[in-house]
Design a protein around this ligand. Structure first.
Ligand SMILES: [Zn+2]
Length: 374
């Protein structure tokens, strides 16, 4: 895989940071260019380096077993970290990920300028995002230099690029949210999934999303010093996935520290932390189905797990407007099936027992029994 020197292009109100990508394999349906784009008003934020591209494409290159040649400038600190990052994926799934070499003749440390002090947090509107944002708002963060100044909303990630009916209303609502909180919205679009989904299938996204999101942060890193990647797991959950506390920091460079945030608490504890925040009550977006904009279906496992947590906390009425369908015993007993990991249900059962919600305890035990016979 050859990652050519990135170029800038401005059109239709956006500025693109794009690299021509050449593969050794013949791959049908894969674009020639990988790009990130921001509204042109944000073009001073874009960084003309290859760090975003090698971050975003590493997993795909390992999947294909193609060595990478990077023609543009890239950070030696990042290059160093990529060795360990690769090794983690090799240990987890040696059949899927092949060892590759990365050639980068143009090693250049990223700029560490005095005015590069910004702290950004990835923000998709889910529980993890709201928790990391809340915890790091200036009024809640005693270490002021660590407080969030920007939220990075990535489009072309869990909401696909072509799905404007979903990302447009979310972008409008989250831009307004950022304004109310006194932080700056950093929206960034990318066509990365036209590469990853086409070659590996959409199911492989759980391997890629972390390094791609960090790649997006590197793309807009001119004002940034630190980037919070909200944790989806805790330190105790050890199933391999594309973003974990032990790997994300390997994708830092000299100018941008990657910080995996929130692995110290369970999902239930995160929900408890944000349950009284009116912004979360109005703007939570967690649904796998994503009916429209910020709506949540109330029936997929992610909706159900969140609603059960809120019910245990006695805060479900405050969030009811977020969910299209109400929580019912039948919904709980019929949902929470399939490949959903057991610890999510065990955590909820533990919390339901703690507060004496016998009705939910019965439902969750029913689910656990039913899953055994699946
Ligand atoms: Zn849902």
């Amino acid at each position: 895989m050859k990652i050519h020197t990135p170029v800038f292009e401005t059109r239709d109100g956006y500025t693109f940071l794009a690299s021509h990508i050449q593969f050794e394999h013949t791959l049908a349906g894969v674009p020639d260019w990988l790009w990130f784009r921001v509204p042109s008003s944000l073009n001073p934020y874009l960084v003309g380096r290859s760090d975003p591209f090698v971050s975003a494409l590493l997993i795909l290159a390992m999947w294909l077993g193609e060595d990478i040649e990077i023609q543009g400038p890239v950070s030696p600190r990042l290059m160093y970290g990529l060795g360990d990052y690769q090794a983690a994926f090799r240990m987890w799934s040696p059949d899927i990920f092949k060892p590759i070499r990365i050639h980068a003749p143009k090693l250049e440390p990223a700029v560490v300028a005095p005015n590069k002090t910004g702290v950004a947090s990835a923000f998709s509107g889910g529980v993890d995002s709201f928790y990391t944002l809340w915890t790091n708002l200036p009024q809640n963060q005693i270490y002021r230099n660590m407080a969030v100044k920007y939220i990075l909303f990535a489009i072309g990630f869990d909401i696909l690029l072509g799905d404007e009916a979903r990302w447009q209303p979310a972008l409008i609502d989250y831009t307004a949210l950022a304004q109310r909180l006194g932080v700056e919205m950093l929206p960034i679009w990318t066509n990365i999934r036209e590469f990853t989904d086409t070659v590996m299938g959409w199911q492989a996204w759980h391997w890629c999303f972390g390094s791609v999101l960090i790649g997006a942060a590197h793309a807009v890193a001119n004002p940034l010093r630190r980037f919070y990647q909200p944790a989806g797991r805790t330190f105790l959950t050890d199933e391999p996935v594309g973003s974990l506390p032990q790997i994300d920091h390997f994708l830092s460079n000299e100018g941008l520290e990657i910080y995996h945030h929130g692995a110290r608490v369970t999902r239930f504890e995160k929900i408890a932390t944000i349950a009284d925040w009116p912004e979360a009550q109005r703007n939570l977006r967690i649904c796998w189905q994503n009916p429209q904009g910020l709506q949540n279906c109330g029936r997929c496992d992610k909706c159900l797990r969140t609603m059960i947590s809120l019910d245990i906390l006695d805060r479900l009425p405050q969030f009811q407007a977020c969910f299209v369908a109400p929580l019912t015993h039948d919904a709980v007993r019929g949902g929470l099936r399939g490949h959903l990991e057991e610890f999510y249900i065990e955590d909820l059962l533990h919390e339901a027992i703690t507060v004496g919600r016998d009705d939910l305890v019965d439902d969750l035990r029913y689910v656990m029994e039913a899953r055994k016979s699946e």
